[in-house]
Each structure stands twice: as structure tokens, then as C-alpha cells.
Write a protein that binds this ligand. Structure first.
Ligand code: FAS
Ligand code: PHB
Length: 389
């Protein structure tokens, strides 16, 4: 089998890249380790930057997002029992869309199927080969038979635990990492959101986030210990702890109900440099991870594949390698700004056991300055709505 671009991973990065390349007339195949249902079953991001929505529009997969997504003009930051609104639209003229990653993935899968493009699900033992030559290839096993795909390029869109980055010789890659001393315990419930916009709360018991997927489906997060096990968090305990961290008005409006999903995610900042190795490119979580506090993970995957698809378009249309040569530096420039912002939001809003009372006071000073300075709120807004591609 032969294709122009072999994409490893059918998460948002791989699927969006596949559709962008198809739009530009560049043949591609996606190899995915799991089943489509498994991929759809992972509950993850909820906030789309307008740049991400524009890419969905560009590939003809944005219609349902515009119909069902919620357009938000700001968020609230709470501390000391008081909520403060950050009017991001007033500060930037831009908006956010609340539309779950699961739905983005579903829409991209539908668009791909409608275009008759090949996605091999349950592809086992996927391996990139010879990506430091002009004749890269990818092998995989399906139903006990080993297959090989000859290609011009390989796109490693296989997430943090994927095979692509792991296939790069250690001497050719540098990684930068910070692991946070806590996790996020997330719950999904068929209950109306506690407030029309997101509420990020800094509390002495720990961080909490009130978000949503629609006007009848809410998502809540609690900062939790890395030692916590999901079995220790029955729904009642989750709701009781959330109420202890929320401001009085939020507690009054909170509607609780049975969880339809509950999971604990560790938090880390991670960047691999470079993001290109000969004929193989990394994009999305395969190259970087951010703590979800800044709502950047999915949106960074989108900007990576925007840059990569433009570079490949230029290569095939104009026989120029300028774009693919510049891909890593271009993508990393935006990645590191989002890593910084996500680290800053996480540092400001979470309880850090090792920074003590002094650290807690510094956080409150940062928060107090933020909500009393238009310049500070504009800076937060610019980063949250998404820096330019
Ligand atoms: P993904 O991990 O989504 O997709 C990679 C795909 O590659 C997967 O389908 C995987 O099965 C496949 N794969 C892996 N190894 C393979 C192999 N060897 N062969 C073939 N296929 C392989 N971001 C936010 O903005 N907000 C959030 O609230 C948020 N919450 C998150 C919660 C969790 C638990 C996690 C893990 C991430 C969260 N993120 C969040 C970040 C998340 O949304 C990612 O940024 C986003 O999924 C990135 O998309 P991809 O790069 O496509 O990686
Ligand atoms: C979500 O809706 O899941 C969400 C929103 C904002 C974040 C993280 C997660 O910062």
C-alpha cells in the first residue's frame, strides 16, 4: 500500500490533519490502535478557540459545533468566596466555544467517512520506519496479518504514550517536563450547569472548575491527590467536596446528580524538541502536554496540524521544503507560549503543599492584582482565547 502521508493516531490531531490534507488534495491514511468507540469514549477537552473552530469549518466539519456549541464571552475566577468575571470578548473582541472534544472527534470521523478516506482501527504494533530517509514507511498488524505502507511523510499524532516520539533516537530529541503534585478528578453529569460561564476557583482546600458540555450536561473538576483512587470518590463525596470549595452563590445554584463519567487525570507540562525528524513530524500530545487549566491541549493540537498541513501543501504544490523545514520552530513558538500560560494558570489556582503560607499569599496577591487590572485581565484573555496562529 502507498500514500503520501501516513498518520499515526485518530485523535483530534490525526483526524483534523487528515481532513486538512484531503482538502488540499493530499492523499493520507490514518492508523489507530483503538476502536472508534474507544476513542469517542474518552472524555477530555471542552473549550475550543475560534482558530480551532475555523479549522473545523475549513474541512467542512464545523456545522454541528455552530449549531450545538455554546459561545462564551468570558469566564469567572473565584477566590476568598467571591467570583470575578473576566470579560474576554470586551478585552479581545473574540469568543470561545464550549463543545466537547468527543463531539469534535465524532464530527471529524463523520467527515472522514463521508470523504471515503481510509482509517484502519485496531491497527496493532504500528511502527514508523526509515523516517530519516526519503523512503519512510509504516508497518502494522491487523487480524494477524502484517501490513506495510510506503509513504512520503509520517505524522505522529499518537498522543503522549504513542510510538512515534518513542521511535526517535534519544540523542536526537530533548524533552522538558514538570509534573504537578496533584491531579484532576473530573465528573460528567446530566445536570444544568451551575452558572452560564466557567468558574475557576482557588480555595484553601484545593482548586475546582465548573464547566459544561451543554445547557443540560455539566462537567466539574476537583484538584485531588495523586494517591487518590476513583473508588474513594463516590458521587456524594464528590458533590460534598465541590460544595465546600465553591462560593455561596454557586452552592445555592448547584444541581447535583449521578455521574455518567468519572476519572482522575495527572497533570504535567511536557515539551519535546524538535517536532520534526527527517520525514516524520510530531503533532499534538505526541509532542507536548499541558495541564488542562488553560484549556490549551486540544487547541494546540489544532494549531500544530494547521502549520503541518500548510507546510505539506506547499511541498506538493510548489515543490518547496521551506514550510516543512520551518514546521518545528513555528509550532514550538506557539506551543511554549501556551505551556507558559497553562503553567501560570495552574500555579495561580491550585493548592501547592510545598509552597506553604507564603506561596498561598503570593497566589492571592496575583489573583487580587489580576481582577483589579485591565492590563492583567487583557493578558489572560489574549492567551485564553488563543494567541494568533
Ligand atoms: P490523543 O491522545 O487525543 O490521540 C492520540 C491517538 O493516538 C489516540 O486515539 C490513541 O489511541 C492513538 N495511539 C496511541 N498510540 C498509538 C499507536 N502506537 N498506534 C496507533 N495509534 C496510537 N485538553 C484540554 O484542552 N482540556 C481538557 O480538559 C483536557 N482534559 C484531558 C484529560 C485527559 C485524561 C487527557 C489524557 C487529556 C486531556 N486534555 C485536555 C488534553 C487532550 O484534550 C489532548 O490535548 C488532545 O486529546 C490531543 O489530541 P491528540 O494529539 O490527537 O492526542
Ligand atoms: C472542560 O470543559 O472539560 C474544561 C474546560 C476548561 C478547562 C479544562 C477543562 O480549563
Amino acid at each position: 500500500m502507498r500514500t503520501k502521508v501516513a498518520i499515526i493516531g485518530a485523535g483530534p490531531a490525526g483526524l483534523l490533519l487528515g481532513q486538512l490534507l484531503h482538502t488540499y488534495g493530499i492523499d493520507n491514511i490514518i492508523l489507530e490502535r483503538q476502536t472508534a468507540d474507544y476513542v469517542l469514549g474518552r472524555i477530555r477537552a471542552g473549550v475550543l478557540e475560534d482558530g480551532t473552530v475555523s479549522l473545523l469549518d475549513e474541512v467542512g466539519a464545523g456545522e454541528r459545533a455552530h449549531r450545538e456549541g455554546l459561545v462564551h464571552h468570558g469566564v469567572e475566577i473565584a477566590f476568598g468566596g467571591v467570583r470575578h468575571r473576566i470579560d474576554m470578548h470586551a478585552a479581545t473582541g473574540r469568543t470561545l466555544m464550549i463543545y466537547g472534544q468527543t463531539e469534535v472527534t465524532r464530527d471529524l470521523m463523520s467527515a472522514r467517512a463521508a470523504a471515503g478516506l481510509t482509517t484502519v482501527y485496531q491497527a496493532a504494533d504500528v511502527k514508523p520506519h526509515d523516517f530519516d530517509s526519503d523512503t519512510p514507511r509504516v508497518s502494522y498488524a491487523k487480524d494477524g496479518i502484517t501490513h506495510e505502507i510506503a509513504c512520503d511523510f509520517i505524522a505522529g499524532c499518537d498522543g503522549f504514550h504513542g510510538v512515534s516520539r518513542a521511535s526517535v533516537p534519544e540523542s536526537s530529541i530533548r524533552t522538558f517536563e514538570r509534573v504537578y503534585p496533584f491531579g484532576w478528578l473530573g465528573i460528567l453529569s446530566e445536570t444544568p450547569p451551575v452558572s452560564p460561564e466557567l468558574i475557576y476557583t482557588n480555595h484553601e482546600r484545593g482548586f475546582s472548575l465548573c464547566t459544561m458540555r451543554s445547557t443540560h450536561r455539566s462537567r466539574y473538576y476537583l484538584q485531588c491527590s495523586l494517591d487518590d483512587d476513583i473508588g474513594q470518590w463516590p458521587d456524594d463525596r464528590f458533590w460534598d467536596e465541590l460544595k465546600r470549595r465553591l462560593d455561596p452563590r454557586a452552592v445555592e445554584h448547584l444541581v447535583t446528580g449521578p455521574s455518567i463519567e468519572k476519572s482522575i487525570a495527572p497533570l504535567r507540562s511536557f515539551v519535546a524538541e524538535p517536532m520534526r525528524f527527517g520525514r516524520m513530524f510530531l503533532a499534538g500530545d505526541a509532542a507536548h502536554i499541558v495541564p488542562p487549566t488553560g484549556a490549551k491541549g486540544l487547541n494546540l493540537a489544532a494549531s500544530d496540524v494547521h502549520y503541518l498541513s500548510q507546510a505539506l501543501r506547499e511541498f506538493y504544490a510548489e515543490k518547496s521544503a521551506a514550510g516543512i523545514d520551518a514546521y518545528s520552530a513555528t509550532a514550538l513558538a506557539r506551543v511554549w507560549k501556551a505551556v507558559r500560560f497553562s503553567w501560570w494558570m495552574t500555579s495561580m489556582l491550585h493548592k501547592f503543599p510545598d509552597t506553604g503560607e507564603f506561596g498561598a499569599r503570593i497566589q492571592l496577591a496575583e489573583l487580587d492584582y489580576l481582577v483589579s487590572s485591565n492590563a492583567a485581565m487583557t493578558s489572560l484573555s489574549e492567551n485564553y482565547v488563543g494567541l494568533p496562529f
